[in-house]
Write a protein of this length. Structure first.
Length: 303
């Protein structure tokens, strides 16, 4: 019998428990994504859609658009389709290997990566493929967690092993650089508040029930173990939404002067985007420092 990788095992848990996948930042990130999608979008792709929560939310908000969720994992796609039927969602789901994706998602107005890039070993190849699938002027909306400089290395290593992560970018500059090398320019960067999963009463009841169901105890405990790790990591990271499109000028929202000091290359890379027109950097810097000034009154929120 083939041994499952830690990544495959994680997704098998998600599929078996029919977990609702959420992007980095949770509901706040979802609202940011929906607010940024152009109203006239005709084709929207949820790349690495997992169980399809993002796809279904987008399909509900943009009923005129064709919304396609794609993922390589057949068990995940089966769950996504099942839930879509139950919710009467217009989102459609395709189980497709990455190499075959251009045949399905080409000429997309918007491609959303709701945290899926972290599971790929070769992010540059991934973003190049995504860029080829966007129509001229199309948007890539990419969600990431960016970690504080003082995050314990042991936690990051545990995260890599437990979730089977492939790409673990070294800060915001690393993410922006890969986008730029792939082709599309990062036009907007938005930082959201730290995100903590709420342990609701319903979730506790569900775990209790699962522990009483034969063959489900192991999966329930495996997911609980991952949730405990996520709770620890939540104190050391912020969710970011990056929106990329050719020729965009960068606007950094919620990025403070402290971050510029601690990660100077990240801020410099953002404000000197090499794909921006000659006037772009001036606009970008003006927006950056306006956001930095606004953040002075919120310093207590950024420990």
């Amino acid at each position: 019998m083939k041994t499952l990788s830690s990544q495959d095992y994680y997704f098998s848990i998600v599929a078996a428990l029919k977990q609702k996948n959420v992007p980095p930042g949770g509901e706040a990130m979802m609202e940011a994504i929906l607010a940024a999608i152009p109203s006239g979008s005709r084709k929207i792709v949820d790349f690495g859609c997992n169980t399809g929560w993002i796809s279904r939310r987008v399909a509900r908000a943009f009923p005129q658009a064709e919304v396609i969720g794609v993922d390589e994992n057949p068990a995940i796609i089966e769950v996504a389709r099942e839930v879509a039927r139950l919710e009467d969602s217009t989102a459609v789901f395709s189980c497709t290997e990455t190499v075959a994706l251009p045949d399905i998602i080409s000429e997309a107005d918007v491609i959303i990566c709701g945290g899926s890039a972290a599971f790929f070993d070769r992010p540059l190849d991934l973003y190049r493929m995504v860029a080829r699938c966007l129509r001229p002027g199309g948007l890539l909306m990419d969600c990431h967690y960016v970690y504080d400089a003082d995050v314990p290395p042991s936690l990051r290593q545990e995260e890599k092993e437990m979730f089977g992560l492939g790409w673990m970018p070294d800060g915001l500059n690393d993410i922006v650089s890969v986008h730029e090398d792939a082709g599309p320019s990062v036009g907007k960067i938005k930082r959201l508040p730290r995100f903590h999963f709420e342990d609701s009463a319903a979730a506790r009841v569900a775990r209790h029930i699962l522990h009483m169901v034969p063959k489900m105890q192991e999966l329930a405990e495996a997911m609980a173990k991952r949730r405990r790790l996520i709770s620890k990591l939540a104190h050391h990271r912020y969710p970011y939404l990056l929106i990329a499109r050719t020729g965009e000028q960068t606007v950094a929202e919620g990025v403070t002067q402290r971050e510029r000091t601690e990660v100077p290359m990240a801020s410099d890379a953002i404000t000197s985007n090499r794909h921006v027109s000659a006037r772009g950097p001036t606009v970008a810097r003006r927006s950056f420092w306006r956001e930095a000034a606004r953040a002075v009154s919120l310093q207590s929120a950024y420990p």
